[in-house]
Design a protein around this ligand. Sequence first.
Ligand code: FAD
Length: 592
Amino acid sequence: MTTYTAPVKDMQFILHEMLDVSTSGIPGYDELEADFTSAVLEEAGKIASEVMHPLNATGDQEGCTLENGVVRTPTGFKAAFDQVREGGWTALDCDPEYGGQGMPYVLNTAVNEMFSSSNMAFNMYAGLTHGAYSAIHAHGSDEQKAKYLPKMVSCEWTGTMNLTEPHCGTDLGLMRTKAEPQGDGSYKVSGQKIFISAGENDLSDNIIHLVLAKIPGGPDGIKGVSLFIVPKFIVNEDGTPGERNGVSVGNIEKKMGIHGNATCVMNYDEATGWLLGEEHKGMRAMFTMMNEARMGVGLQGYAQAEIAYQNAVSYAHDRLQGRDVTGAKNPDGPADPLIVHPDIRRTLMDQRSFVEGARAFTMWGASMIDRAHRGEDKDADGLISLLTPVVKGFLTDQGFNMCVAAQQVYGGHGYIEEHGMSQFTRDARITQIYEGANGVQALDLVGRKLAQDGGKHVMAFFDMVKSFIKENSDNEALNDGFLEPLKAASKDLQAAAMYFMQNGMKNPNHALAGSTDFMHLFGYVCLGLIWSQMGKAAMEALENGAADADFYNNKIKTGRYYMARQLPATKMHLARIESGADPVMDLTPDAF
Ligand SMILES: Cc1cc2nc3c(=O)[nH]c(=O)nc-3n(C[C@H](O)[C@H](O)[C@H](O)COP(=O)(O)OP(=O)(O)OC[C@H]3O[C@@H](n4cnc5c(N)ncnc54)[C@H](O)[C@@H]3O)c2cc1C
């Protein structure tokens, strides 16, 4: 069976050596002393490996069941959920006014990675609740916040996000669910939503559904969409769950992965709801929390790759097949372990360099979100808004690929269910689809984010890369394998952006046909920059005589691998982008 060990040391390195949180100047980061974060991460790691991970395979095998309108989660989920919420883990970065602990988002991100790696389907119940909490916190009235947030922070009540309908997922302007005003401040919400994660469950006393719907007579399309709070049980004056509302689960989907999370068809039959935020501004309300939600899905992508990698490494040490061509390493045994073979080492290095880079990139992104929110820094907000589709799209596409790579280390034993490797791949697959399919993330990046605020944020990104290279140009060790590849990759990204500027106006298809390549090219450059920053931090630690030199040397070697073996992919993506729309669009639809 699979195992999970929380990467506490690596997270501590990112927080205290790469990001150097104590000197960052971000409000609240002065609390993040190394001893404190180490204690939090160690404790979270125990919950992840001892409480959540043992339920991962159970959740996959049993799945959720629907009996008489009630969804039963897999054996053990309820007790573990209670333990997690009673331990305060669901409240870590929530507002203290509503019972939260007010910790920075960056720390919550590290904990969230552990929980996602160890049991993604289980962690989604709290994750969706956090998303709904954030929307109410940002857009709710004081009364709504007081009524719902304390119970959602403690996860006594869970939350859901209801956007998708049978005929619309991406194009939400086609939405049919309607909300009729009742004249007393409430609305009657009617319609059907599908694919609603955690839509119904037996973990909580109430479920607070956030539902997008149209108020009749409002503007057509996406501009006429509003957001509503629709509780499963209408909350009494004294704050207790009261009368059952007109919302029910029609079915739960059978699906490829995340079996432990109930994916529900939700029927709203004149359910009582209350407007959240302003009329017809539902999408705007959703978008304010989209950065966090999409970062969270990007995190899920690499978190699955992390646990898949951990297990692939131990299998590569144990499994004896073939001999090292340069001389036997296990001469007394029948064969050498897989790890001696260069092709196995290549794939493990691909996985490791991706996961460590993705973790640091995501935690850096989380620190940008903290800087934007806590420091009210508009430039940080613009930069993370630009990079959010990259985090979501690149980390989930690559995360899935790396789960497949880890399966491959097991050969046929990765394909059968016995060893648990197939679950990581199956669970990771959804991250490429939900919270905006990755093709749509790429469209958002190229069609909207690149040109946002006159291209200011993409220019800020290029400046960040350029300044790093310039400031470190005399650093001999960084010149060995880091700075030149970063410069070359960044040039490829600039050339791609220039191609879109010169050709996208003439024919937008020239930009759209290259959008996924651009998102990946951008992702490679981001990880190239992050690896250079980590390389620098590791070199400084060694110069300062840090204990555990192996950790830092291995960090530098893994970084050099990334720069030499992964980053050159930017050339391929640029060539594809510069081939324009014609090769993509040449066949007529009838020819397919
Ligand atoms: C397990 C699971 C859990 C989910 N959880 C939730 C949830 O909690 N809440 C919720 O509201 N939804 C949820 N979803 C729904 C999910 O967000 C949607 O499936 C997703 O947004 C895509 O919508 P769709 O399936 O309708 O695909 P479509 O919108 O039909 O898109 C199909 C394909 O076409 C592409 N495409 C669409 N439009 C364009 C375009 N203009 N240009 C280029 N390509 C395009 C897309 O990228 C996609 O690959 C969940 C789905 C699943 C499977």
